[in-house]
Design a protein around this ligand. Structure first.
Ligand code: COA
Length: 258
C-alpha cells in the first residue's frame, strides 16, 4: 500500500505530499505522526532548506478524519495524539514552508496555512473552517492568527458560518501569496521553493524566527486544545459526528446551550 504521507527530497527541497485521495486526504493520527516526524527531522537536517506541503487527488485535505474525532469522543482512541506534535513542529519550524493548495482545504487544512510562509492557491482552492459546524472550536492557534491576519469580522464569519473562501478572496485577504492555475501549481511551488533554497539559509531562518513568536503560538494552541477536548465530548459534537457518518445534516435544535 502506498504511504499516506509521501516524503521526497530533491536538492535541498523536502516535499511532503498528503496521499489519501480516496478520503480527500483526511488526516489520521498516524498521518499526523509522520508529518510531525518529517518536520521535526527537517529542522535538524542541514541538507533541507525548504519544505513544500501539497496534496494528491482533488483536494489538499478534508481536515482531521471525522471518524477519528468520533472515536476520541467516545473514548475509543487512546494514546498520543500526534496532531499536537505536528502543530508544535509547525509553530517552531525555522525552515521556510511553502504550501501548494488545490481543491478543498478544510479545518486544519486551512489553519496550517497560517503557519506556512508562502502559500500558493490553485484557482479551484476553497478554504473552509467548519469547526463550529462540527460543534468544535478552532485549533492551530487560528483563533489568534486568523483574526490577526484578516480581521475579526471576516474570521468570525469563516469560523461561525463555515462557508468556503475562494482563492482570489483568500489572496486579497492576505492568507495566500499567489493564485495560479491547477496545471502549474506544483511547478510554481517548486520554483518558489528553489528560489528560497538559494538564499542564505541562516539569514532566512533568523528572519523567520524573528517574525513568529513560537512560544506564544504554542501557548495559544495548548489553550485551544483544552477547550477542543472538552467540546469533543459534548452532546453537540456527538450529533455532528453521527450526522457526518450518516451523511445527513446535524440537528442541534434540541441540545441545551451548555
Ligand atoms: N474524515 C473522514 N472521512 C472523510 C473526511 C473527513 N474529514 N472528508 C471526506 N471523507 C470521506 C468521505 O466520508 C467519503 O468516504 P466514502 O467514499 O467512504 O463515503 C470520501 O472521503 C469522499 O468524500 P465525499 O464527502 O464523498 O466528497 P465530496 O467531494 O462530496 O465532499 C468534502 C468533500 C471535503 C466537502 C466533504 O467530504 C466534507 O465536508 N468532509 C468533512 C470535512 C470536515 O468536516 N473536516 C473536519 C474539519 S475540523
Amino acid at each position: 500500500m502506498a504511504s499516506e504521507i509521501q516524503i521526497e527530497q530533491a536538492g535541498s527541497v523536502l516535499t511532503i505530499t498528503l496521499n489519501r485521495a480516496d478520503k480527500k486526504n483526511a488526516l489520521t493520527n498516524a498521518m499526523y505522526g509522520t508529518l510531525a516526524d518529517a518536520i521535526e527531522q527537517a529542522a535538524h537536517d542541514d541538507a533541507v532548506r525548504v519544505v513544500v506541503l501539497q496534496g494528491e487527488g482533488d483536494s489538499f485535505t478534508a481536515g482531521n478524519d471525522v471518524g477519528e474525532f468520533a472515536a476520541i469522543a467516545s473514548g475509543m482512541h487512546s494514546g498520543e495524539r500526534h496532531v499536537h506534535r505536528f502543530l508544535h513542529a509547525l509553530a517552531k519550524s525555522a525552515l521556510p514552508i511553502v504550501a501548494a493548495v488545490h481543491g478543498k482545504a478544510v479545518g486544519i487544512g486551512t489553519t496550517m496555512l497560517l503557519h506556512c510562509d508562502y502559500v500558493l492557491l490553485a484557482e479551484d482552492a476553497e478554504l473552509i473552517t467548519p469547526f463550529v459546524n462540527l460543534a468544535l472550536v478552532p485549533e492551530a492557534a487560528s483563533s489568534y492568527l486568523l483574526p490577526l491576519r484578516i480581521g475579526h469580522a471576516r474570521a468570525f464569519e469563516m469560523f461561525a458560518l463555515g462557508g468556503p473562501l475562494d482563492a482570489q478572496t483568500a489572496m486579497a485577504w492576505g492568507i495566500a501569496n499567489k493564485v495560479c492555475s491547477n496545471q502549474t501549481l506544483r511547478a510554481d511551488a517548486r520554483r518558489v521553493a528553489e528560489q528560497l533554497a538559494e538564499k542564505p539559509a541562516g539569514s532566512l531562518r533568523a528572519m523567520k524566527t524573528l517574525m513568529r513568536e513560537a512560544e506564544a503560538l504554542i501557548s495559544q494552541m495548548d489553550a485551544e486544545s483544552a477547550v477542543f477536548q472538552e467540546r469533543l465530548g459534548s452532546a453537540e459534537a456527538k450529533e455532528a459526528f453521527t450526522a457526518f457518518a450518516q451523511k445527513r445534516k446535524p440537528d442541534f435544535s434540541k441540545i441545551a446551550q451548555r
